[in-house]
Design a protein around this ligand. Structure first.
Ligand SMILES: [Cu+2]
Length: 154
């Protein structure tokens, strides 16, 4: 009995924070950003996008109230991860693309003394080539692993 109560307690926060969005054939699941250090100049955002249609679409940009918002990808060379700007994310028909730590992500740049804090909501607009503009909110959550890639001097 106690075991199940603990399980429910563990999973409830996830369920409470899960949030999905849809426009046209694009389904966007659980946009999340991780808390940053107080002096961080940038923060990263992640979500999963599924193309439920039969035509490819592209995420062209992400708009939010920061000096610069970019779409980044990550590559690892000789064990060193570096991030680079990409112009768009293509989502093939039926495909699910996950923006996750260590892979593609949204980079919010120029936080400038206003860090991401847990439970804060970051409003943003995803701009898809075909589906159009989708207003979403990134939930700021605790960093799952303090040793995960640090964006603070990025
Ligand atoms: Cu980045």
């Amino acid at each position: 009995m106690r075991f199940w109560i603990m399980l429910v307690a563990l999973f409830m926060p996830m369920a409470a924070f899960a949030h999905d969005y849809k426009i046209g054939d694009m389904m966007v699941m659980h946009p999340v950003a991780f808390e940053t250090t107080p002096s961080a100049m940038s923060g990263a955002g992640y979500f999963t996008v599924t193309n439920t249609g039969d035509q490819a679409d592209r995420l062209l940009s992400v708009e939010a109230d920061f000096p610069r918002v970019m779409i980044h990808d990550t590559k690892v060379t000789d064990g060193v991860a570096t991030m680079f700007h990409i112009d768009a994310v293509t989502i093939a028909p039926g495909e699910t693309v996950a923006l996750t730590p260590g892979a593609k992500h949204v980079m919010f740049m120029g936080l400038n003394g206003d860090p991401f804090e847990i439970d804060e909501k970051i409003p943003a607009t995803l701009v898809f080539e075909n589906a159009g503009r989708l207003a979403i909110e990134f939930n700021v959550e605790p960093r799952p692993d303090a040793h995960a890639m640090d964006h603070s001097n990025h």
